[in-house]
Design a protein around this ligand. Sequence first.
Ligand code: FAD
Length: 534
Amino acid sequence: MPASPSGHGTSRSRSWWGWGYADAHPDDAECIAMGALLPGTLARPLPIPRVADLSMPRPGVTPPPALTHLLTADPDVRAAHAMGKAYRDIIRALRGRPGRIPDLVARPTDDREVSDLLDWAGGQGVAVIPFGGGSSVVGGVEYRGDTHRAVLSLDLTSMDRVLEIDTAGRSARIQAGALGPVLEEQLRPHGVTLRHFPQSFEFSTLGGWLATRAGGHYATGRTHIDDFVQSLRVVTPAGSGASWRLPASGAGPSPDRMFLGSEGALGVITEAWMRLQERPRHRASASVAFTGFRPALEAVRAIAQSDLSPANCRLLDPGEALLSGASHDGSSVLILGFESATSRVDDRLASALELARAHGGRGGTPSADRDSPADAAVSAWRSVFLRMPYLRDGLARMGAVVDTFETAATWDRVPALIDAVRTEVGSAASKATGHPATVNCRLTHVYPDGAAPYFTVAVAGRPGDEVRIWDDIKAAASDVLHRYRATITHHHAVGRDHRPGYDLQRPDPFALALRAAKDALDPRRILNPGVLID
Ligand SMILES: Cc1cc2nc3c(=O)[nH]c(=O)nc-3n(C[C@H](O)[C@H](O)[C@H](O)COP(=O)(O)OP(=O)(O)OC[C@H]3O[C@@H](n4cnc5c(N)ncnc54)[C@H](O)[C@@H]3O)c2cc1C
């Protein structure tokens, strides 16, 4: 059995403690070079942690013979399922203090087996943590309680098939444990795609996307996975069921809406009918530089409020632009991209560039209408974007405190919100560490009525104190978001880390209804305890 969830058809092994493939992590020399850019970091990287060094108690529960073929207590597998992939998780693993390690990991292959595992766990007082790719960045896949007899990580990645394709209706029935590439590989021969590409695409699953309401690469329009859902099948401790496949329905509150974003606390999503698209044949992209960030925000608002609907409309502030190599002269950079399966997109790009220039944007030579961008800033940004999680882990090895958080707010609040986050989070980070901190911002998704700013914080930590420092930084960030009535998360989900912010954000009657749903569907409180509702 591999050391971590599927390497999806490759022989490469996944890192149990860090992002992605173990062989893709920066080596010591690269870590040291990165650390030199952040004053106060360590002289040498922390060693790569070893599972053999973890203290791992024996499983606190013995499964019945009928289920043993689905379960493993292999230490490598247990360690790989102990946490998600936030900075908080990476540094705890590096320090040899991961969260509570699950007693057992189960890999069911169908609904019946999921249901049998839930029945057994309910009878034994075992907490069940649904686990897709384990890419949660909000403490969504770890157990932090002490009221359950044992913890079972329910890994869905053996349920990874595209079961049916409805070509006429352009939709497919897909098992929830399919990792992004596994799912797309099965759709490709049919000329269709789900075309949902979160940054974590390679190592996250359809079920995880649905359970967290993930945000994909579309910057406008269909930004969240919700927009592609036709129906869901869910197994709960109280029974299983599927919603009808419908193109749209006005029949009362949507059953799918109850499980989208339910983060494994109400049931296990086992499959979904998903709306597909033809593969795009026409693409065009360009970047535009701005001297000031405010005019750039205005340009983005104008584009978001037009009917141009760019697939990519990422605004990078000067720090982000520098980090990704998109600019070296202190400019903010707007990356624009258009795509279509049916018609050329050059005119739409030209119109967006016109709007950007009307707000002071410079440059913006459109690429040819093809896949690889001609624009150097667009290319630079794309390659750093995909490598970024590996670099973050390298910086963590150098003792840096470095992670991201994201939000969304209406346009009337966006500029002041971004300023307040930069100032207040930057000063909280410096205060907590005694080192200068950087807080960079980009807009990942934009809407006619608002935008989703995404922040990256980097500061040298104090050895051994990194988790507390990050928690202080996150608390300062949550305070600002709450004050500006900006959501605690636009797409990273709530998990355990965002519970306080989520509790403040949701209306009381809704909390009552959620608690009632939890009572009805999970009466023994075994599913992902501590997430969304107690
Ligand atoms: C480097 C990096 C980049 C990221 N980029 C993005 C991004 O671009 N957009 C974005 O939205 N998020 C992003 N994330 C966050 C994360 O990838 C998403 O939350 C993703 O949707 C999680 O999918 P997963 O399969 O890994 O789920 P997991 O991490 O395994 O689980 C996430 C949550 O869903 C629950 N769950 C998982 N599967 C099921 C199921 N079948 N039924 C019920 N509950 C289930 C879990 O219990 C947990 O609460 C990123 C994370 C990292 C580390």
